[in-house]
Design a binder for this molecule. Sequence first.
Ligand code: FE2
Ligand code: FE2
Length: 142
Amino acid sequence: MDTRNDEWIRTGIALVDHQHEEYFRRLDILLAILGNSELNAHELRKSFDYFRSFAVVHFDTEELLMKISVYPQTEEHMKMHEFFGETIERLVQEMNTGGDIHYVAGELKVFVSGWLQDHIETHDMKLTSFLKDKISAGIANP
Ligand SMILES: [Fe+2]
Ligand SMILES: [Fe+2]
């Protein structure tokens, strides 16, 4: 399924949507890397670098929005973000300590393929509809 063309995945908060779109674009690149007959370790590392930076930049963006809007489910949402970051770090660690690169790449693929879609549906939508309600009430303007 091409999630980027599915309207339901759009939160309506432009910055958040752009960052999610970039994630899906990078996911496509990862899938292309894994579709090659030989796994390119350098390209795989670049994928890891991106998902690590996503865990900082994108989550910081959302967490700032939670903070300025005094979002009541901040703690629960942040726990999901932490889980993502910890999983990526665990896989990086596995790769750096001589783990099987094909296994690590497969784990990364399964994890990042499912995570964002689930996360948008369950947590980002709740956050962004809360933000949009605040924006229409004139309380916040991210
Ligand atoms: Fe989130
Ligand atoms: Fe998000």
